[in-house]
Design a protein around this ligand. Structure first.
Ligand SMILES: [Cu+2]
Length: 175
């Protein structure tokens, strides 16, 4: 049941149910197939923060459509230390909740799930949250994210503790 709910939330995020508009046809193909910005690099203006042995880079949030209650954000975490860390949770004053999600193609279908555990950040490794893969999902967003704004988030790590970062909001379809 929990997984089903998470799937519904993700679908709402991926398929904003809105009157037909230009943004609608851009991201989506018919049949619920997703055309996300696979392998794209982070938009310019993305944020970078150092916290102990962690470097957080390429951090940004995606602009949201009017009325869309769910938003996504991405970043890369590099662990230059000798000890593993873990991104345990994320919070933001502008969202009811921020969940850690995973997305992967299974054949032609994009499957999403909420991660019950955090995201491991192994020593000496980089972990990328990016469109089409791991991501942060903001739910119950009060005001849809607009390009040019920033979104404040607090990342909570097992070892590095709380790290605050302001995510610049990129355009709806950064290409
Ligand atoms: Cu999601």
């Amino acid at each position: 049941m929990k997984r089903f709910l998470a799937l519904v939330v993700c679908t709402a995020f991926a398929l904003p149910v809105l009157p037909e508009g230009p943004a609608f046809s851009q991201g989506m193909a018919a049949g619920g197939k997703m055309n996300m910005d696979m392998g794209g690099s982070a938009p310019t203006g993305s944020a970078e923060v150092t916290a102990g042995t962690l470097v957080i880079s390429k951090a940004y949030a995606k602009a949201m459509l009017p009325g869309q209650p769910v938003g996504g954000a991405y970043l890369t975490i590099t662990n230059n230390g000798k000890a593993d860390d873990e991104l345990m949770s994320v919070s933001s004053p502008v969202a009811g909740a921020v969940e850690l999600h995973e997305m992967a193609m299974q054949g032609e279908v994009m499957k999403m799930r909420k991660l019950d555990k955090g995201i491991a950040i192994p020593a000496g490794k980089s972990v990328e949250l990016s469109p089409g893969g791991l991501h942060m999902m903001f739910t119950k967003v009060k005001q849809p994210f607009k390009q040019g704004e920033t979104v404040a988030v607090t990342l909570t790590f097992a070892k590095a503790g709380n790290v605050e970062i302001a995510l610049p909001v990129s355009g709806l379809s950064p290409k």
